[in-house]
Design a protein around this ligand. Sequence first.
Ligand SMILES: *Cc1c(COP(=O)(O)O)cnc(C)c1O
Length: 228
Amino acid sequence: MATIVQNIQEVHRRMARACATADRPVQSVTLLVVSKTQSADRVRAAFEAGERCFGENYVQEGIDKIAALADLREQIQWHLIGPLQSNKTRIVAESFDWVHTIDRLKIAQRLSEQRPPHLPPLQLCLQVNISGEASKSGLAVDEVPGIARAVAVLPRVELRGLMAIPEPATDPAAQRVPHRRLRELLTNLQRAGLDLDTLSMGMTNDLEAAIAEGASLVRVGTAIFGAR
Ligand SMILES: *Cc1c(COP(=O)(O)O)cnc(C)c1O
């Protein structure tokens, strides 16, 4: 069985090939290692392989892992990529560096109020329901500009961009459609004057399609740690 280190190397090869195909510099795409359900020891192995950005889905699991890896705290960026309820905002504001799943203004307001003054602003992405499924979380596309403007002026957070989890598709051309839509939405916000630089999109099965459409950060779990 391939080790975590070999899997990480293979993911970077995939990212590099996708960047070359898209005529983009490799440094324009960051790997976010999705460590949900993985032990702190496995996160440490990925850290030792050179990774610095880790994504957690569940608040309490993330908090526990951040504590278990406290010796690495200054070197790791911890990203919350799962749903956030308003009763958990304080611990998230105190513990994480990024939150990708803002889908209500109220959550961003609470995070801004609760972000401790000694920490840099919490980095935020708005989650967009880009495939338009009724059951999925995320903002509807037409809600995004208004919420983006309101979040962008909050004092203790910094709005960085957009995140989506598109409906799974196997055909590469079909995979590109929702990623393209998210990129166009970001471009519209930038044209409207918002200073945004992040497109959080692409996972194990569609990272090439996401990079082809401008992803700046891909979130990869299975290709690194194996099936959960
Ligand atoms: C689990 C998860 C990922 C990683 O998915 P893989 O297919 O394992 O690479 C990425 N983003 C989010 C929001 C996730 O919940």
